[in-house]
Design a protein around this ligand. Sequence first.
Ligand code: CA
Length: 224
Amino acid sequence: MTSHILVVEDEAKLAQFIKMELEFEKYQVTHAVDGFSGLSSAREMKPDLILLDWMLPGISGPEICRRLRETGDKVPIILLTAKDEVSDRVAGLDAGADDYVIKPFSIEELLARVRANLRRDTEEEVDLLQFGDLTLNRSTREIFRGQRLIELTAKEFDLLEYLLSHPRQVLTREQILERVWGYDFMGDSNIIEVYVRYLRLKLEQQQEIRLIQTVRGVGYVLRE
Ligand code: CA
């Protein structure tokens, strides 16, 4: 199903560019030019995601965010923030935004954030993930292999959660990096190997069968 994205941006050229790129990626796009029409479009059209400029005529981006959250609207919101507003970005997240992108941004960067936030929205509905004798509880953040409770660090948990939410599906190294470490991760890409090794050690402590398989040259897959 096509995701519907609301773009609230008063800079006409930028808005046109974003709209064109999103439509090229097969998203359905609505454009609002100021705060008031942005807020009413958000309420009436129930988009799947909102790209929200910070400085807008009428009502500001963070204020729109706050008003939507007040009424229980959980739509993913990405704030578009100018460089000199970066120190305020915490305020934007406080207002209930899920994410922000700093202008000027590359379109690839923006699309990656859009994809990540749309995925987050659809995947958060399941609390308990299971595969074989492995169980992960998203709300308590507990992992069990059979009856054995396994202690994981935050990143190990995120990586295992990502694998468990895509069983038998090969996840590329790029997908894993983007999803677990963030699109802007600049460190060593061997980090995935390192964390997979940690996870295997913990999951196979009692000689249990291997669940995280390496797909040489590509990435990893959860498979028996
Ligand atoms: Ca603006």
